[in-house]
Design a binder for this molecule. Structure first.
Ligand SMILES: Nc1nc2c(ncn2[C@@H]2O[C@H](COP(=O)(O)OP(=O)(O)OP(=O)(O)O)[C@@H](O)[C@H]2O)c(=O)[nH]1
Ligand SMILES: [Mg+2]
Length: 399
């Protein structure tokens, strides 16, 4: 079963319009009643809808073809055909839609949590023969077929939205920190690459603020060339307010870790390379770690004085509050900056975070995949051509 997917290739088609009808009014005592064929109904649209309780594109992996319904054909007695039902494709927040062939961005939902995009309009219904009546043609035998729908091949990409993204070598304790701070219960184990898909958790600050933390699979030197699980998951922290670099003090390479990680980030994107950050040195409980922390702090003071280094132990619960405060500060700084950029002076305390942009966030990791409703099934494909429905009821004999 696909549990997490952040890319999907899909084909979407809007519905064909229903055909117009050729029919004539035939009633007793009303000879030559005139044309009465109604118009076909409109074909259904293809609509994308952002649902905030969805977290993955796994639902688009199960079903890759999405078709809106064909409009119903017009009928006699000037009855219009029924409009085809729209095909609504639910997406999690943070999606981007591209043309599958050219890669051109068609729509970016960004941080929207409730967006709706009518992507392909259904075909119009064809005119019934009532429209073709004229002074010289009182019994038109013409009706129009419905207009065809459109089909496009698309690539949907998901960039998970988080406030703080964790970056670190495998086994540094990223998932352990997520587990401590949030409601998420990621797998934690003493071997590298325990985490294979991004984990999200919600850090509750107070009634007004939640901070979303993203723990992504560990990256290693050469990840940008495809080593380990690669750097493809870095895209999920690209939109975050700040990064937390986690360094394992029990690892002999602790002094070089930061620069190696930074190199991989720079290879991925400039945006990530310059993002606001803190460094968290974990496993302070292991023997010799205190000395290593002092060494690390000294090295940062010399080479990256703008970055704060926090020494913690998730196991022993040491100094975790400092890290929590640092996360809150990064998120609020970003919130204040966003408000300044948008010209809003903001009154009251600066509360940042995605929660304030996308509203209530669900308990991600426990949220069950919603069963999406794609609308009704499609009518048969060979459904084409103007329908002719002449009423063949015999006229009563004229007396
Ligand atoms: N001694 C000590 N061990 C820790 C601490 N925090 C985590 N660990 C251990 O380090 C190991 C790795 O922890 P994880 O949280 O799975 O590490 P990760 O960074 O998520 O690793 P990947 O998912 O493989 O990238 C586990 O055995 C943890 O129990 C700590 O503060 N002290
Ligand atoms: Mg992990």
């Amino acid at each position: 079963m696909v549990k997490f997917a952040d890319e999907a290739l899909i084909t979407v088609s809007s519905g064909k319009g229903g055909n117009g009808c050729i029919a004539f009014r035939r009633e007793k005592y009303i000879p030559n009643g005139g044309p009465s064929g109604g118009d076909g109904g409109r074909g259904g649209d293809v609509v994308f809808e952002v649902r905030r309780n969805l977290r993955t594109l796994a639902n688009l992996r199960y079903r890759q073809t999405f078709k809106a319904q064909t409009g119903g054909d017009g009928e006699g007695s000037k009855r219009f055909g029924k409009d085809g039902e729209d095909c609504v494709i639910p997406l999690p927040p943070g999606c981007l839609i591209r043309d599958a062939e050219t890669g051109e961005v068609i729509h970016d939902f960004g941080l929207e949590s409730e967006g709706r995009l009518v992507f392909l309009k259904g075909g119009n219904g064809g005119w019934g023969n009532v429209h073709f009546k004229g002074p010289t043609n009182q019994a038109p035998r013409t009706a129009l077929p419905g207009q065809p729908g459109e089909t496009r091949q698309l690539r949907v990409e998901l960039n998970i939205i988080a406030d703080i993204g964790f970056v670190g070598f495998p086994n540094a304790g990223k998932s352990s920190l997520l587990d401590h701070f949030t409601n998420a219960r990621p797998k934690i184990a003493p071997y590298p690459f325990t985490t294979k898909i991004p984990n999200l958790g919600v850090l509750r600050v107070d009634d007004e603020q939640d901070i979303i933390l993203a723990d992504i699979p560990g990256i290693i030197e050469g990840a940008s060339e495809g080593h380990g699980l690669g750097i493809r998951f870095l895209k999920h922290i690209s939109r975050s307010a700040g990064l937390a670099f986690m360094i394992d003090l029990s690892d002999d390479g602790f002094l070089e870790s930061y620069d190696k990680l930074q190199t991989e980030l720079s290879n991925f994107s400039e945006e990530l390379a310059v993002k606001e950050r803190v460094v968290i040195a974990n496993k302070l409980d292991v023997p010799g770690a205190e000395e290593r922390l002092a060494e690390l702090k000294e090295s940062f003071a010399k080479r990256h004085p703008e970055i704060t280094v926090y020494g913690i132990s998730v196991h022993s619960r040491w100094h975790l509050d400092q890290v929590r405060d640092a996360f809150i500060a990064m998120v609020n700084d970003m919130g204040a900056q966003d408000r300044a950029d948008s010209g809003d002076s903001g009154n009251g305390a600066a509360i940042g975070g995605i929660r304030n942009q996308i509203g209530e966030v669900p308990d991600f990791m426990r949220a069950e995949l919603e069963e999406p409703d794609y609308g009704p099934a499609e009518l048969p494909a060979d459904h084409f051509g103007a329908t002719v429905s002449l009423n063949r009821k015999k006229r009563g004999k004229r007396k």
